[in-house]
Design a protein around this ligand. Structure first.
Ligand code: ZN
Length: 188
């Protein structure tokens, strides 16, 4: 089922999401819907709060990116970054902040402890776009958006776009959670 995505000024995007105690059929269904919603919106990552669930769960699929064709989709539950190495700057975007891109500095390599779709504990080291996407999505679980991490000077440049999103003016090709004010959404 394609789920509508919560947009920028929505309160749920600012909450600290709760850890999961296990995986039941409801969570399995949610994971399927999250992949479907993410692919429908041409995204490479999606965190549960973006579809209205304040729980520590995210999905990732980078296989549409050049050089990541063989990257397997990931389900990440209760992630915990154990250590980081190096820093780099990359341009980011977000399905919850449509039409906005910006450079963000983050650690280049992370060691992550998490639970997979079977709630099995795993520890892995990630670099490149995988490390980048994981950190962006983990931020969502803590109520942080990539625009919060942009340099002040860069953020000023997108202030108008953010204000417009906050006022409910949203133009996306994927369904979004309707706001009280005007919502322009071309559901395809
Ligand atoms: Zn995002």
């Amino acid at each position: 089922m394609i789920l509508p995505i919560n947009i920028y000024s929505d309160d749920i995007l600012r909450l600290k999401a709760k850890p999961l105690k296990g995986v039941d059929s409801g969570i399995e269904e949610l994971v399927v819907s999250m992949f479907e919603s993410m692919h429908n919106a041409s995204g490479i990552g999606l965190a549960a709060p973006q579809v209205g669930r304040s729980i520590r769960l995210l999905v990732l699929d980078l296989s549409c990116l050049k050089n990541y064709e063989h990257e397997k989709p990931m389900v990440v539950i209760n992630p915990h970054i154990l250590s980081v190495r190096g820093y780099n700057e990359m341009e980011e975007g977000c399905l919850s902040v449509p039409g906005v891109q910006g450079d963000v500095v983050r650690p280049a390599v992370i060691t992550l402890k998490y639970r997979d779709e079977h709630f099995k504990e795993r520890i892995g080291e990630f670099s490149g776009m995988v490390a980048r996407a994981l950190q962006h999505e983990i931020d969502h679980l803590d109520g942080t958006l990539f625009v919060d991490r942009m340099e002040k000077r860069d953020r000023k440049k997108i202030q108008k776009e953010l204000e417009s999103l906050a006022s409910g003016l949203v133009d996306t090709k994927y369904p979004v959670v309707a706001r009280e004010l005007v919502t322009i959404s071309k559901h395809s």
